[in-house]
Design a protein around this ligand. Sequence first.
Ligand SMILES: *Cc1c(COP(=O)(O)O)cnc(C)c1O
Length: 493
Amino acid sequence: MDYRSTRDQHVFISASQAIIRGISQDGGLFVPCRFPCLRKSLEELKELNYQELAAKIMACYLPEFTEKQLKEYAHKAYDGFASREVVPVSQLKNSVFMLELWHGPTLAFKDMALQMLPQLLSGSLTIQQSDKKILILVATSGDTGKAALAGFADVPNTAISVFYPHDGVSAAQKLQMTTQAGENVQVTGIYGNFDDAQSAVKRLFTSADFQQKVEDCGYSLSSANSINWGRLLPQTVYYFWGYFSLCRRGQLKMGDKMNVCVPTGNFGNILAAYYAKQMGLPIDRLICASNENHVLTDFFTTGVYDIHRAFHKTNSPSMDILISSNLERLLYHLFDGGDEKIRELMAALKASGRYSVPDDVRQKMQEEFFVGYCDEENTLSTIRDVYQAESYLMDTHTAVGYHVTRQYQEKTGDKKPVLVASTACPYKFSRSVLTALGGKVSADEFANAAAIEEMTGWKTPQQILDLKALSVRFPDICEKEAMENRILEWIKG
Ligand SMILES: *Cc1c(COP(=O)(O)O)cnc(C)c1O
C-alpha cells in the first residue's frame, strides 16, 4: 500500500514515510492509493478483542509492519484504558448507541489515536533506518494537545511542542496541558483561535527555511494532528468495533446497515468513519454534526465553503474550527483523485477564504452525509433532557452529536441504529455540564466536578482529581508570529 499527496499525483511514498512526514511538502495530505476491502472477512473480525481488531485493520494499510508488531502496539496503547473493552457502547432510547471513546488517559477520543501514534512513528523511523530525532508540532483546540503530550512525554528521540488558543479551551483542558510532566515537552498558549494556531503550524511544516533550521538542530518535523495518516488510521478501528458490538447484542444482523453520527471539527473522526465504510463496513448515512461554527453544514448544503463568518467561542470548544483540514481528503476522493482540482480549491481558500464544488460533487456529498448543527442552548438542554430521561450523562461535544442524530431521525424517519461517537468525558467540561444540569456553577472547576458527582453519582475520573495537586509548568502565552522562534530556541536548548 502506497500513499499519495492530495495536491500532487507524482508524490508516491510508503506508509512509514507518510507517518514520519505527517504532511506533504506541497501542503497536501497523504491518502492511501486504494481502500482494502474487508466485506468478506467481517464475520471473522467480529469475535476479536479490541487490540486484535486494531492490529488486523491497521495491517491492511501498513505492509511494512507485521501483524504481531501491530498487536504489541495495540496492547501498549489500549491495555491501560479504564474499560477492559477499551470502547464500551451504551444503549439509549430511540436506537441510539453511544460509542464511548474517552476511557483513555486524557479522557477524550484523541487518546484512541495518540496512544498509538508514538509507536507507529518509532516503528517507522526504524523501517526508514533514520537516526533523526522527531519534533512533533501540534496545534490544538484542547484535546489533541493533552492526548499528544500524554502519548509522547519522555518517548526517546522525540520532542513535542503544543500550541493552544489561550482563551479558547476549557479550564480542565488548560490545566491538563500546562501541568504536563516530561523532559521533552513544551506547551504554549497563543493569542488567537484554533484556526490561527493550525494555519501557523501548517505554514511551518511547509517552510523549507524552518525545516532546515530544525534539521540543523538534529530533528525532523512531524505532526500529531489528524493531518497525519498515523492519526487517522487507528480511528477507523472503533467504527468496526461499534458495529460488531451491535451485532453481538443482536441489534444488527451481520450485513445490516447502521448510521454513524460524529460531532465534527477538523473532519478527522468522521473521515475515519467514511474510510471504514469504503472498506466494506455496512454504514448507511454519515451524520456530520457541527456547533454554531457550522461552516460544514453550510458547505454540504450549498457546495460553497466560505470562512467569511463570525467565529463563535462555544461550549464545545474542540469543534470551534472554520478550516477543517481533513475535508481536503474527502474532496480528493470525491473528485476521484483530482490533485489538480484540489490545488485549485485550496489555493482559492488561501487567497479568498472561499471555494465551491460542482453540482455532481455536492450531490455525492449529500448522498453520503447528512449534516446539521446544534446551538449553545440546545447543547445544554440535550445534556439535561437525556440525563433526566435516561440517567445518562454526556459532554457538550457528544450532546451536539446526539442532538443532530435526533434531527436526522425526525427528518427522515430512518429507524436504523445510530452509532454516535461520544468524544469526551463529561468531566472535561464540568462547567458547561453543571450549567446544563441546573447546578450552581463556581469559578473553581474542581468544585464544579464535585457538584456534578453529587447530583448524578457519576464518578469523577482520577485524572481530573489528580490535576489539583499539580503545579503549572507552562504559563507562557505568545503571539502567533512568535511561534517559530519559541520552538527553535527550545530545541537549541
Ligand atoms: C477533536 C474533538 C472533536 C472533533 O473531532 P475532529 O476529528 O476534529 O472532527 C469533537 N469532540 C471532541 C471532544 C474533540 O476533542
